[in-house]
Design a protein around this ligand. Structure first.
Ligand code: ARG
Length: 478
């Protein structure tokens, strides 16, 4: 047990209590963020004359060494320490002596952990954004290839109107594009530095909080010091975004599972993304798509878990807030992993154009167009709707499609019908004439594709600013 406190205690902590209280097993993943934060802190302390340049350089060199040794596997982060913050400070002091004990001047673990978490989430947001961009690029590519791939569109899982694969995929393009916008928006509120808020009420040292913020790539320092240490809204926002992404992936996976079924056969998931059965030799199961759908539950769970943890907390820091980590880390790992898997599954999947077209031509998907045709002959839409309903009934009795009725049969139901009904209700017409903005017709689709490709060029994925700052944070001198 190596603790950062103990002066006012007369008895040692019970081992069970120690383990219950400790967070090192899961917060050790923030070591890079913790060390960068400490480097920025001592740079600022030295600039303000609170620490000597000599101490600053000893601390920075010591911290860089710790980070190097941990990544090289020469130094192990063990449960002997309460959390990642204690680990760094204790090892530093062991290595460099008294200067190490000066690191925590004007700082509390409360603002330190608030900082580490913001830095960590900022990096994860960039990771999610990169994964989303890859999925969007795959979608854009598939859409460009499938502007003329006709398939049925569904409502209530019943065939509704014909559309194209490009148009169907375009729906998911919009969803993931909005997810990226949400991430960028979340980053704006997150990107303020809480360091210097102290335990809750700031500090009497003349800290330059804006300077620390700049060193760490933040847009500025947070305002109210109590809010700085007790705010986890940015994390909740991120968990909400992850939940929405998981929901989008789940809807898409659900469709892929249906499309891949023996009944639909619209797609075939590649062997590399399928699994077999231990008993039924013929089976090729969409387990990966099912897991992508199933993982959604735990991501929602993380969001609900943290919302519930936060709901009754008085100001400012309470240890309950340590519970922000495990579930949130799980949600980030889950969604970022799912996005990568999903991208691989989507880009290796085969689309069966013939089956999609066959399916679109059955099931009266051209019924709306038949009604619109009658409207063109001067019949009010409500009457046209009824006529076509009767035509569909006649087809069901005859066991054929609308386009298979003879002109006499059409005329017997609605005398205004002419020979030109046949081209008017062909699948091509049904799709190609749908040219309102956002519709599946080829010109409308071309516009959508243009906007998609411009968007992908104009908005590159977010990156983690901290990676690029290591150089300037870890050097010695001013
Ligand atoms: N492990 C703690 C957390 O994750 C660090 C902050 C501890 N602060 C304290 N006052 N006990 O929240």
């Amino acid at each position: 047990m190596a603790q950062l406190w103990g002066g006012r205690f007369t008895k040692a902590t019970d081992q069970l209590v120690y383990d219950f209280n400790a967070s090192i097993t899961f917060d050790k993943r923030m070591i890079f963020q913790d060390i960068c934060g400490s480097m920025a802190h001592v740079r600022m302390l030295a600039k303000q004359g609170i620490l000597t340049g000599e101490d600053r350089d000893a601390i920075i060199t010591g911290l860089a060494g710790i980070y190097r040794d941990v990544t090289d596997g020469k130094l192990t982060i063990t449960t002997e320490y309460e959390d990642v913050h204690s680990f760094c400070e204790a090892v530093l002091t062991e290595r460099i002596g008294d200067a190490g004990k000066r690191l925590h001047t004007g700082r509390s673990r409360n603002d330190q952990v608030a900082l580490d978490m913001r830095l960590y989430v900022r990096g994860q947001i960039a990771e999610t954004d990169t994964c989303l961009t890859e999925v969007l690029t795959t979608l854009q590519d598939l859409m460009e290839k499938n502007v003329h791939t006709v398939m049925p569109g569904f409502t209530h899982l019943q065939k509704a109107q014909p559309l194209t694969l490009a148009h169907h995929l375009g729906t998911y393009f919009e969803m993931f594009r909005r997810d990226r916008e949400r991430l960028a928006d979340c980053k704006k509120r997150l990107n303020l530095c809480p360091l210097g808020a102290g335990a809750l009420a700031g500090t009497t040292y003349p800290l330059d909080r804006e300077y620390t913020a700049t060193l760490l790539g933040f847009d500025g320092a947070t305002r109210n010091s109590m809010d700085s240490v007790s705010d986890r809204d940015y994390l909740l926002e991120y968990l909400f975004i992850l939940s929405v992404i998981a929901m989008h992936l789940s809807r898409f996976s659900e469709e892929i599972i249906l499309w891949n079924s023996n009944e639909y056969r619209f797609v075939e998931i590649d062997d590399t993304y399928s699994t077999g059965s231990s008993i039924m030799p013929q089976k090729k199961n969409p387990d990966i798509a099912e897991l992508l759908r199933g993982k959604t539950g735990r991501v929602y769970g993380s969001l609900m878990g943290l919302l519930t943890t936060m709901k009754g907390l008085p100001l400012a820091y309470n240890k309950d807030m340590q519970e922000d980590k495990e579930q949130a880390f799980d949600a980030m790992d889950t969604v970022n992993g799912c996005l990568k898997l999903f991208d691989g599954m989507l880009s290796s999947m085969k689309f069966n154009e013939t089956r999609m077209r066959e399916s679109a031509s059955a099931g009266f998907t051209n019924a709306t167009d038949a009604a619109d045709y009658l409207v063109g002959k001067g019949i009010p839409f409500r009457d046209a709707h009824r006529y076509v309903g009767e035509m569909v009934l006649a087809c069901i009795e005859k066991g054929c499609g609308l386009e298979d009725l003879t002109l006499e049969e059409f005329k017997a139901i609605c005398p205004a019908t002419e020979e030109d009904i046949y081209p008017a209700i062909s699948l091509e017409t049904c799709v190609d004439k749908r040219l309102t903005k956002g519709a599946p017709g080829p010109e409308a689709m071309a516009e959508e594709l243009r906007s998609g490709s411009e968007y992908l060029k104009a908005v590159p994925p977010l990156s983690d600013p901290l990676t690029g700052l290591w150089e300037s944070l870890s050097r010695t001198g001013d």
